[in-house]
Write a protein that binds this ligand. Structure first.
Ligand SMILES: Cc1cc2nc3c(=O)[nH]c(=O)nc-3n(C[C@H](O)[C@H](O)[C@H](O)COP(=O)(O)O)c2cc1C
Length: 143
């Protein structure tokens, strides 16, 4: 069965709400195994058929957990070329993290990214949650 991995970080739960909605949308598609996790290894990314990363913005950047995951994946020289990928995240005012993550997935790992990333100013409302569900469904349908 094809697998979709949703990896995210959150400090106050806003990006987590988005991650749950992405998972919900992806699970609407039959025959895809969906995993939502806080901690992932490069091997898990390698095994997954699609990857979605949730990254809130703190101090104009992604949090250390997400940054370190991307660095570990780069170091392990995991081959993610051509796999569907997407990013999302909550923010307060500048919101750089999801675009920065997506740029790495696209330019460094040559993944097939879904643009643009989904961003939520603070806690996601129903409209944003619906966008997250649609993203989850869309990426799962590609598998
Ligand atoms: C110490 C601190 C620094 C922050 N820095 C930024 C920032 O540089 N840009 C931004 O858009 N939001 C910033 N925020 C706002 C968070 O991104 C926002 O609260 C978001 O909803 C947090 O998502 P989370 O609940 O998933 O952790 C900051 C918040 C805190 C507490």
């Amino acid at each position: 069965m094809p697998t979709l991995l949703i990896v995210y970080n959150t400090k106050t739960g806003n990006t987590e709400r988005m991650a749950e909605a992405v998972e919900e949308g992806a699970k609407q598609v039959e025959g895809v195994s969906v995993t939502r996790t806080y901690h992932a290894t490069p091997a898990q990314l390698e095994e997954a058929d699609a990857v979605v990363i949730g990254a809130p913005t703190y101090n104009h950047r992604m949090t250390l957990d997400i940054q370190q995951l991307l660095e570990k994946v780069a170091k392990a020289e995991v081959n993610l070329k051509g796999k569907p990928a997407a990013a999302f995240g909550s923010y307060g005012w500048s919101g750089e993290a999801p675009a920065n993550v997506l740029e790495v997935l696209r330019n460094r790992f040559n993944m097939n990214t879904i643009e643009p990333p989904i961003r939520s100013k603070y806690r996601p409302g129903e409209k944003t949650l619906q966008e997250c569900r649609e993203l989850g469904r869309k990426i799962a349908e590609q598998l």
